[in-house]
Write a protein that binds this ligand. Sequence first.
Ligand code: C2E
Ligand code: MG
Ligand code: MG
Ligand code: MG
Length: 288
Amino acid sequence: WAKAAGRGRYAVYDPERSARDLARAALVAGLPAALERGEFVLHYQPIVSLLEGRMLAVEALVRWQHPELGLIGPDRFIGLAEETGLIVGLGEWVLRTACRDAERWWREFPDARLVVSVNLAARQADDPAIVDTVADVLATTGLPAELLQLELTESAVMGSAGEPLRSLHRLAALGIRLAVDDFGTGYSNLAYLRRLPIHCLKLAGPFVEGIRADGTDVAADHRDERIVDALVRLAHALELWVTAEAVETGVQAERLRALRCDTGQGRYFGAPAPAEVITARLRGGAAG
Ligand code: C2E
Ligand code: MG
Ligand code: MG
Ligand code: MG
């Protein structure tokens, strides 16, 4: 059959590739049962004020506690879940669990006013039912709407019809916050920023990585720093918050603060960790 693949072209058997396809198929097949068996877990990563060092929010990041393979990161299964449609069920589980945890933090530490930030896949955002789902989750968990933030990538914001999503206005009307994730890496049709009720831009990791540990820029002309500088100015001109992702060193945090970036997230401020770690940090007080 190899020859039939195309006249004069031969499909070459590649054992490595078929092993990968098999592993992938096995993961896909296992996803629905994993959701039923409760094998998904949420880790939370602090989002910290660069001025005061206070933890203002946490991002919910899903992991799969696989019985044989151990803890699997989202980069290995979120794409598969999107392709197969399971993302809708998984995403709703993530939203409900994150809001339930956040409501507990709010009740136990009301002064912290900790926001929980939940990633929304393009396919979830594109589904008009998302507004009712979010409203229902807020109502059943009792989490105040202003303590929930939803993160969408630029392509998710634009939706499958190539138009900025209408449901974003209805979501914002619930009183929740909306953030653009990985800002600066998508198609960046900036027109949406004029019209949409966005509250926060999350600057993509690569711009932050461009600022080296010794404070110099990877590019000798400080191009990444200048881009961060310009994006922060753009965000502030539009009265948006800026979160820098993937902050790994104190020097990077200091440079980002000097560039007037509002908040930072990354290993320097704390790796993604189980909910109990966040609870302990809140208990530790304002310094946390
Ligand atoms: P993201 O939303 O941009 O999340 C930030 C990623 O950066 C996380 O990877 C986080 O662990 C990682 N990170 C944290 N600190 C550092 C650091 O200091 N340096 C660097 N280079 N990276 C750092 P993670 O947890 O593997 O998640 C990867 C992506 O998977 C997320 O990117 C998000 O797009 C997606 N994802 C995670 N959870 C969910 C979810 O519940 N729903 C959906 N739809 N997508 C999710
Ligand atoms: Mg995110
Ligand atoms: Mg991101
Ligand atoms: Mg990402």
